[in-house]
Design a protein around this ligand. Sequence first.
Ligand code: GUN
Length: 284
Amino acid sequence: MAVIISGKEVSARVRSEVKAECEQLKSKGICPGLAVIIVGDDPASKVYVNNKKKACADVGFVSEEYALPAETTQEELLALVEKLNHRPEINGILCQLPLPKHLDEKAVINAISPMKDVDAFHPSNVGRIMIGDYHFLPCTPAGVMEMVHTAGIEVSGKNCVVIGRSNIVGKPMAMLLLHENGTVTICHSKTKNLKEICSNADILVAAVGKPKFVKGDMVKEGAVVLDVGINRDENGKLCGDVDFEEVEPKASYITPVPGGVGPMTIAMLMKNTLMAAKIQNNIE
Ligand code: GUN
């Protein structure tokens, strides 16, 4: 029987801390502001963006949504980013990914001022994470680490296996575990002996994007299992990258889906936006 790490509880705590700090900033005449850009009408992106807006209102931030039509040009999008870069009351800028195919995601990420890049996707922020000298951490890996810390799990010296090597989750996740002295292995679609490598993990992070990919026989007895996936199973029900029924009995700690890593991502976005407002106003 595993201890279930509730992302609902941990994210509520993080958000209430952000809310309290936001009130303090407001007493100094500063109100954190987040601009969220969404291009086109991808239904999942719309849900995420709505949740981000709601979270802003909940912690006391101002948010502005820029819902642009799918046929927006690269020039129009870059012009908007540039305008937002120069507005002092906007502390964070987020462009929801994926963008429609005709737009160049890399160029858009590069155009966001690194000081307002609350997703931590800009190459300069990615580089800062690599050397351990950062302001912002990408929201999902930061959320996973927040859950690990809250549960009192020690990373130092542990075998950590991350399945998935995306720029948004897998790679930065591996780096954060390394910063805490984990011995880190990154697995991906070309990895040989995946089952054997995963079975050696004390801490296993699943960020593959495949429903119930991690089975019971891939997990060591007593492992910590952190599930970043959000998928639909064959019955259309939300599920993670981990087969919860099979894995939970073997794990010491596990994050559920839904109610695990998902809510943490938005809580960490709020934390990054607060940090951006503080930095831009020379506080701390
Ligand atoms: N698409 C999926 N996850 C994310 C995220 O964390 N930030 C942005 N901007 N887009 C995403």
